[in-house]
Structure formats: C-alpha cells, structure tokens
Design a protein around this ligand. Structure first.
Ligand code: SAH
Ligand code: MG
Length: 242
C-alpha cells in the first residue's frame, strides 16, 4: 500500500464494505459491539480500517468507564466511518459524541490529490461536501441521538470549547499546521483519566506523513500529561495522567 505524505492512511476509501479478505482479521468485532453497527461503519466511506475502528470503540468505552458522564469528541469525521464506532460507544455509555469537521475535505482529499473521491464534490459550489454522506451514515447506523455534528474549522471550535471530554479522537487535517493546532486546541480539554486517540501516527516516515506523529503524538507524550496505553495499526491511544 502506498501512503502519501500527509495523507490519510490505513486503507483506501471504500464505498462498499471492505473486501472480505481485508476484514478477515477482525471479522466478528469485539465482544459487545453490535454486528449491525459494525456493518454500518464498514459500509460508510472512509479511511478507518476495521481493527482500528474496533480498538477505537473499545478505548472509548474504557474512557467512559474511567470518566463517566463526559462527552466524546472527534476531529475529522469525513463520511462518518470512525464516527459510527465512536457514536455507538457514546450511546452505550449514555453520553454523546461531538463530531467536528468542516466537511470540505483535507488537502489530500481535494481534486488532483491521491485521496480524492470525485463523487464528493458539490457541483453547484465546486467544493467537496461530505456532510450529506456523514448524515446518511449516522442515520443508517441508528445513531442520530448520540452524534452531534459540529460543522466548522477545528481550531475555531476548539477556541470556544469549554466542556471537559472523556475521549478525544484526532483524525483531521494531516499537515503540520492543522496537526499542531489540533494538539494545542484539543488536548487541554481531555479530562484527567480521559483518553486521547490519534490516527495516522507513523513513527517510520516510509509508512506515511509525519505531522500526526511529530505534532500530536510525540508532544503529548513529551508534555508528561499523557501516557500510551494502546497501539493498533496507526492508531495510538493515550491516557491523561497529569
Ligand atoms: N475519521 C474519518 C477520516 C477523516 S479524513 C474516517 O474514519 O474515515 C479527515 C477529515 O478532516 C476530512 O473530512 C476533513 O474535512 C477534516 N478536516 C481537515 N482539516 C480540518 C479542519 N481544520 N477543521 C475541521 N475539519 C477538518
Ligand atoms: Mg485517518
């Protein structure tokens, strides 16, 4: 698999459920995850591989146990694939997921870039629009009561955010600046004992773009505020310790 610098890695965008071979390792999903919900996640377009989505779901459930009552937040929802795993974990925990995305796509999703899907451009506007696909995916997964879309630029939402969060998942812009801003904007809102999950973390540059690793994962560990508890594929899960 080739992974572009700065690109969302971990599998091709898929419209249909991923091929059986690709899904085989985690075919059944974790105990307790409704197979229908998992199938809805796999049916959504996006970049979250099944075993990493399963790990996200498990981690979010643990975070809710550790820090009850607090909501979850995702940066970078695209067409709702990771959103479904996280939204289901939120629903089960009796909380909600805020899903932050401007829905205009990252740089690497734009026409001419490797991770562009032509069907996602709104022809009347001439820009990408993943919001209708996101909305449909959340509806089809039965999660409209547990997922609150926040449509706008992540740094602006972060600047006005005040609620402590049990779980923050960062999978937004993968350039240096967006990754740095997501680190600065969102990590202070992770409650003590809550979790920070980061996607597309590639310690080896041969595997993919560096910013999530260099601008989010490493600074989080080096700050002394977070310690790592799980790694699956390019997903890293950290717990807030200070
Ligand atoms: N988590 C998704 C993939 C996310 S792709 C999945 O499971 O498939 C990255 C998303 O981040 C894109 O939808 C893009 O619109 C969004 N994004 C990038 N930069 C952003 C920013 N500054 N503010 C809000 N959303 C952003
Ligand atoms: Mg990703």
């Amino acid at each position: 698999m080739t992974v572009p610098v700065g690109g969302p890695a971990g599998g091709s965008p898929s419209e249909a459920p991923a091929e059986p071979a690709a899904d085989a390792p985690g075919e059944a999903g974790p105990a307790g995850l409704d197979p229908g919900v998992r199938a809805a996640a796999l049916a959504a377009r996006g970049f979250m591989p099944p075993e990493e989505g399963d790990a996200l779901w498990e981690a979010a459930g643990q975070a809710a146990d550790a820090v009850p009552e607090m909501p979850f937040l995702e940066v970078g929802s695209y067409c709702g694939r990771s959103t479904i795993w996280l939204g289901d974990a939120a629903r089960r925990a009796g909380t909600v997921l805020f899903a932050v995305d401007h829905h205009r796509g990252s740089e690497e999703n734009q026409p001419g870039w490797e991770w562009h899907e032509p069907g996602l451009v709104d022809p009347a506007v001439g820009k990408m629009d993943t919001l209708p696909h996101f909305r449909r995916a959340v509806h089809d997964a039965g999660l409209e009561a547990a997922v609150v879309a926040v449509v706008g630029p992540s740094p602006i939402v972060a600047r006005h955010w005040a609620t402590p969060l049990a779980f923050v998942f960062i999978d937004g812009g993968h350039g240096d600046e967006p990754a740095r801003l997501d680190y600065e904007g969102w990590t202070p809102h992770v409650a003590m004992g809550g979790f920070l999950a980061v996607h597309d973390v590639f310690p080896d540059p041969a595997d993919g773009g560096r910013p999530p690793y260099e601008r989010i994962y490493l600074p989080a560990l080096e700050s002394g505020r977070f310690s790592e508890i799980r790694a699956v594929g390019s997903l890293r899960v950290l717990v807030r310790v200070a």
